[in-house]
Design a protein around this ligand. Structure first.
Ligand code: 13P
Length: 252
């Protein structure tokens, strides 16, 4: 059985102190949760503080982005070497990176390979825009993004990759996909993973992301191919995030 996985993407929110305090609040609320893997993804500058807050707990740490090169003249960037040993996960290919920072599939692919090389587990984000959705291109977009980003990933690394299906139109809009749609898209993603990695696809985790709240989490997370959630806005409020984690399969 796939271990359910809920991650909080704090995006560009929280000072170092605020991040530490939120992590401490979450530890208390999540102490009893055994069945779900939980990761917190604060901004780079708060990684160390959150790491110290969650020491000796089951909570994992994730970064929100990373460059593909180990070192060099890339002002303002953070390398996999710097994250290795600090974070467990790294979010890659988030639609905000693709949209606002022009990240290409090829660049995201190089990041995925670099993360795996350094023992970091990528949370690879894929998802269609509203226009693509309305034109009926969703599956083509998901297949293309997935195949491009996973080019060259060895079978032995497959289960270290988490896929986050995040429809762009659902992110920060308060308009989540329906549970049925989330299930259908995640099942489609799994079928693509089967093409790439065969039976290992059954062990790979696929999250849904996009306006997940305590209200819609129970139904979305109950779907057979939805193995967890990547939570933005609601992960900034301890009570909301705790409620979402508790809604994952196996905790109720
Ligand atoms: P929201 O939960 O705020 O819609 O953000 C989702 C997201 O982008 C997580 O990576």
């Amino acid at each position: 059985m796939r271990k359910q996985f809920v991650a909080g993407n704090w995006k560009m929110n929280k000072t170092v102190h605020e991040a530490y305090d939120l992590a401490i609040e979450l530890i208390t609320g999540l102490r009893a949760v055994r069945e779900t893997e939980v990761a917190l993804c604060p901004p780079f500058v708060a990684l160390t503080a959150v790491k110290s807050a969650i020491a000796n707990t089951m909570i994992r740490l994730g970064a929100q982005n990373m460059h593909d090169q180990d070192r060099g003249a890339f002002t303002g960037e953070i390398s996999p070497v710097m994250l290795a040993g600090l974070a467990d996960y790294v979010i890659l290919g988030h639609s905000e990176r693709r949209q606002h920072f022009g990240e290409s599939d090829a660049f995201i692919n190089r990041k995925v390979l670099a993360a795996l090389r350094h023992g970091l587990r990528p949370i690879l984000c894929i998802g269609e825009t509203l226009e693509q959705n309305e034109r009926g291109e969703t599956e083509a977009v998901l297949a293309q993004q997935l195949h491009a980003a996973l080019t060259g990933v060895a079978a032995e690394d497959a289960t270290n990759v988490v896929i986050a299906y995040e429809p762009v139109w659902a992110i920060g809009t308060g308009r989540a996909a329906t549970a049925d749609d989330a299930q259908q898209r995640c099942a489609f993603v799994r079928a693509q993973l089967r093409d790439l990695f065969g039976a290992l696809a059954e062990e790979m985790r696929i999250q849904y992301g996009g306006s997940v709240t305590p209200a819609n989490a129970p139904e979305i997370l109950r779907q057979p191919d939805v193995d967890g959630a990547l939570v933005g806005g609601a992960s900034l409020k301890a009570d909301d995030f705790i409620a979402i984690v508790r809604a994952a399969k196996g905790n109720l």
